[in-house]
Ligand binder design. Structure first.
Ligand code: ADP
Ligand code: ZN
Length: 289
């Protein structure tokens, strides 16, 4: 049996796993994201216990995923100083002479849902993580979309809600882009309390739903995917998805024909394992190619 390695590198923790070719997780470990000199040795130590055939990495970013670039496989201009210009693939391949796949954390989650979850058996899907930041990734015709680099859909410009005109947003680059208005920390800045404590009937959620629905509509208009998935901590608010559906239908105004909105705009299906399963699937591709 071939063993695959997966590294889901998040801003707060690294989840490392070994799995089989059916993308079942066999063993996993969670390691705090501190700095490379501390976190990486623990990652290496974990995988040294196994005979790994290939490794898939889904990383926080921005990262360089352009194979023709000199800094391919690096974390680039992240606000996390210790991780800036970190040669992620290089650090792994120093210890393991195996193929390594490298993509964004959100692309990995999307790929997991595409291979084993709610986007299985379809050809195109988009995934957003609405958490500490907002990231987005797309699959078109079975391929993860990338151009110069990976998409940055979380920073799209959107219309401001009429009752949110005074909120300046919290994106250090754009102020009130999607992430600056609807990420967890943006929601908390607007409300002045933890997002978990905001009552489900509070207008804050109507405002957030309006923004997420705009992201969904923009996505539907630009890429026409078969499914749009919203994951991340903020979507743990179980009432939010319905509000997004309502706003989406209002904004679309029956312009584009999409499946019933409950099937079209969905939350992930793999119990927060979508990222690690996606990394295993990417590792499997490397091994098979
Ligand atoms: P990360 O983006 O760091 O990987 P999460 O996706 O869990 O992790 O996002 C964390 C953010 O999501 C926090 O800023 C918090 O505001 C928000 N969040 C987490 N859980 C909830 C919840 N149950 N309800 C609302 N917001 C939440
Ligand atoms: Zn921004």
């Amino acid at each position: 049996m071939k063993l695959l390695g997966a590294i889901e590198a998040g801003g707060t923790k690294f989840v490392c796993a070994v799995g089989d070719e059916d993308l079942n997780v066999i063993e996993r470990i969670s390691i705090p994201t501190t700095e490379p000199s501390e976190t990486l040795p623990k990652v290496i130590e974990f995988f040294k216990q196994y005979q790994i055939s290939s490794i898939g990495i889904g990383s926080f970013g921005p990262i360089d995923i352009n194979k023709d670039s000199d800094t391919y496989g690096y974390i680039t201009s992240t606000p996390k100083i210790a991780w800036q210009n970190f040669d992620f693939i290089g650090a792994v391949q120093e210890h393991f002479d195996v193929p390594v796949a490298f993509t964004t954390d959100v692309n990995a989650s999307l790929y997991g849902e595409y291979k084993k979850g709610i986007a299985k058996n379809i050809d195109s899907a988009v995934y957003y993580t609405v958490g500490t930041g907002i990231g987005g990734g797309a699959i078109v015709k079975g391929k993860i979309v990338q151009g110069l680099s990976h998409p940055e859909m979380g920073h799209m410009s959107i219309k401001i809600h009429k009752d949110d005109q005074d909120f300046e947003g919290n994106c250090p680059y754009h102020g009130n882009c999607l992430e600056g208005l609807a990420s967890g920390p943006a929601i908390e800045k607007r409300a002045g309390i933890s997002a978990k404590e905001i009552h489900e009937n509070a207008q804050d959620w109507d405002i957030v739903a309006y923004y997420i629905a705009q992201a969904a509509l923009n996505t539907a208009l630009m890429l026409s995917p078969e499914k749009i998935i919203f994951g991340g901590g903020v979507m743990h608010q179980s009432h939010l998805l319905k509000k997004v559906h309502e706003q989406f239908e209002r904004l679309n105004n029956n312009y584009i024909a999409v499946p019933p909105v409950e099937e079209y705009i969905v939350t992930p299906s793999l119990n927060d394992d979508q990222g690690i399963i996606g990394c295993l699937a990417l590792a499997l591709n490397e091994y098979q190619s």
